[in-house]
Write a protein of this length. Structure first.
Length: 690
């Protein structure tokens, strides 16, 4: 049993049958200790831990508290540069702050710990989360929705899938579905099965069922070598393979449809893979596989589908293009916008698309629907490239306009296709769908998502607690050499105009206060920023962009640990500098970049906009001041980019297979931020509603 996985994914824990003997006082003490993390145990869970012996309860509590401390970042010591933060920063003059920083930069010495006792933290009215009692069968059921996801998995979810396969070995087949819908996940599962369940005939049967194209074979080989199965990062260094594995990959490639064209899409990777596969040794058994790889080696590509489409678009041969696009409905949907803009008869294009729309995947239809329903013209066109690193590029919208009638019909086609598809699923009955879900984005691609306390989707807007103060926090530890990570907060007005930054070079201003710059963390270091929301709003600040910058330019993936988050505080002068019960969000910073924007505070609407984005570093100085173009761009992209929302998704399901009602009490199925299917149940949403 993996308590951390169970608690993180379902807010449940397992309690073994005990031998009894724990006293009421011991149970109450355990409940109180967990309450320090803003968590409440359910009645059934309290009853179960009451059946443990004192020793069993102590052991169980130690494991659970250890998990909770790691989740929120309380497993390390947090000591800011100014131990009595924020009082010391508030009282110090600019000259004192400057000289203290210079001495630290020259000597790396920090200020001694304060002997001043801090007062007990003033509690805010922040909602607690309930932990439920979970069974072994409920824990084992966590695997199926992950593997059945119709979009990419995050690194954390990938690790969860591998843990199940590595732990359960041959027994994992009773937990796996026969068919895995998403190709990257197929490669992940197939690779893990080959590595950890070797020799079981069911592995070959799984691969025969789930590997269909040459790209699937390539992804499987990449997974076996520990590479990026999205195929979007640098080429994988393929490791040596056993003869049986090489024969298996060649057999799968030999039977793949359109293998020649498919191999040429990743010709260089296939050249490197061929050095390991040795396809010539099995030329008589797998001639089609050898021919496809040989064409790649000779750089002799057949005419590709993509090249024909691009040629027809450039020449505006739309009448000839639409029948070609109908052969690949998903590609038609992706190119619908540009095809409509270059067509003289938009209705003809829409007629052709309508004929194949039901064959387009749900995620793509939702994205097209969000785009065509967005207000025109778009303030900004933003692009998030596929891959393991979350970045955004943006340009002005200079496209040829589409008429409202064309956009409305395109939206109608997408909605009809989705409703038709959802109608074939089991009935939902009466559904309550909270309108607040329109602020939460559909989890379409999670491969670049960071590990976090709450599973969030980029662009989602979460309500902030009713509090005056927010405390941002950062903790990191040196990598192979001295590492200087900086926590900054950039302030923007409602028009995205930069106002000021609170950072290592400006410790206080506009209602923000920095705890002091630390430039070396051999045993770990913390930085904090306090935000007085009332003061910031009074001075015209709407957006606060949190920025994590590697001043010494080491990428975060090279550090032993680096994480950030934010706390809601009723009073910044009371309690410890880092208080577990006040932590609202915490995420790992582990991407292969040196600048990260984890979240944005919208002070006007009192919402947190989840960003989890990366920037490339400045050519000279790597701090937020020198990256304001990138920061401003990403802020505007987060606010303006149209993305599918959960209220729309669940409403389409209700139209197709249920009835929408006005309250949770009337409903058989509830969709809301805090009950029923929530925005944080991303595995359930991706497996059952996409």
């Amino acid at each position: 049993m993996n308590q951390e996985l169970f608690l993180r994914r379902r807010s449940k824990v397992h309690v073994p049958m005990g031998s009894g003997g724990a006293t009421i006082a011991q149970v109450a003490s355990a409940v109180q200790e967990i309450a320090a993390f803003r968590l409440v145990l359910s009645e059934s869970l309290i009853e179960r831990i009451g059946m443990l012996s004192a020793a069993e309860l102590t052991h169980w509590l130690r494991d659970v508290v250890g998990v909770l401390r790691r989740q929120i970042g309380a497993h390390v010591h947090h000591q800011p540069f100014y131990p009595d933060f924020p009082e010391q920063v508030l009282k110090a003059s600019e000259a004192e702050l400057y000289l203290t920083a210079v001495i630290h930069y020259l000597t790396l010495r920090r200020l001694p710990p304060s002997e001043h006792a801090r007062s007990v933290m003033l509690e805010g009215s922040f909602i607690s989360r309930v932990i439920e009692l979970g069974s072994v069968s409920e824990f084992e059921a966590l695997l199926e929705p992950l593997v059945s996801s119709r979009t990419s998995l995050s690194e954390e979810e990938t690790a969860d899938v591998v843990w199940f396969i590595q732990t359960y070995k041959s027994d994992v087949f009773r937990l796996l579905p026969e068919v895995v819908p998403f190709r990257e996940t197929r490669a992940l599962v197939g690779g893990a099965l080959l590595l950890h369940v070797a020799g079981d005939a069911r592995v070959d049967a799984f691969l025969e069922q789930n590997v269909e194209t040459a790209a699937d074979v390539l992804r499987l080989a990449v997974a076996l070598s520990g590479g990026d199965v999205s195929l979007m990062t640098a080429s994988t260094r393929f490791t040596a393979m056993k003869r049986a594995t090489r024969r298996l990959l060649l057999r799968l490639l030999d039977r793949a449809a359109n293998a020649g064209e498919d191999v040429m899409r990743h010709a260089e990777r296939w050249k490197r893979l061929a050095e390991v596969l040795h396809p010539g040794e099995h030329a008589d058994k797998y001639p089609r596989a050898l021919a496809a790889i040989t064409a790649a080696r000779r750089n002799d590509p057949p005419a590709s589908f993509g090249s024909r489409v691009e040629t027809m678009l450039a020449q505006r041969q739309i009448a000839a293009l639409t029948p070609l696009l109908q052969e690949r409905p998903g590609e038609f949907a992706r190119r619908l916008d540009v095809t409509l803009r270059r067509a003289s008869e938009a209705d003809a294009v829409l007629d052709a698309f309508e004929a194949v729309a039901t064959q387009v995947s749900t995620p793509i239809l939702l994205q097209v629907l969000a785009q065509v329903r967005a207000p025109r013209p778009l303030p900004l066109r933003a692009f998030t490239p596929k891959g393991a690193l979350a970045k955004v590029y943006g340009i002005k919208d200079r496209r040829e306009p589409l008429t409202p009638e064309v956009l409305a019909r395109a939206a109608h086609i997408c909605k009809d296709a989705l409703i038709t598809r959802f109608a074939s699923l089991p009935p939902l009955g009466r559904c309550f769908i909270d309108p607040a879900l329109r602020e939460y984005r559909v989890p379409l691609a999670q491969r670049a998502a960071s590990k976090s306390l709450r599973t969030l989707v980029r662009g989602s807007r979460l309500p902030m607690p009713d509090t005056r103060f927010i405390r941002l926090f950062l903790w990191w530890k040196n990598g192979r050499e001295r590492t200087d990570i900086d926590l900054s907060a950039a302030f923007f007005d409602a028009n995205f105009v930069f106002i000021q930054t609170v950072a290592y070079y400006n410790l206080k201003g506009f209602g923000g206060y920095h705890s002091g710059d630390i430039v070396d963390a051999p045993h770990g270091a913390s930085e904090f920023i306090d935000l007085d929301i009332n003061a910031l709003v009074e001075k015209g600040i709407r957006y606060v962009v949190t920025s994590i910058n590697s001043y010494t330019e080491q990428p975060y993936c090279d550090l032993p640990e680096c994480f950030a988050g934010w706390m809601a505080r009723a009073d910044v002068a009371s309690g410890e500098v880092f208080e577990p019960r006040s932590v609202i969000d915490r995420l790992d910073i582990a991407s292969d970049t040196s600048i990260c924007l984890p979240f944005v505070m919208d002070l006007q609407e009192r919402r947190v906009v989840w960003a989890d984005l990366g920037l490339t570093s400045s050519p000279r100085w790597n701090n937020v001041q020198n990256n304001l173009g990138g920061v401003s761009l990403m802020l505007r992209a987060l606010v303006h980019t149209p993305r599918p929302d959960l209220e729309t998704l669940f409403d389409l399901h209700a139209r197709a297979r249920g009835e929408r009602v006005a309250s949770p009490q009337q409903a058989q199925a509830v969709f809301a931020p805090d009950q029923g299917v929530t925005p944080f149940d991303t595995d359930v949403i991706r497996s059952q509603f996409l």
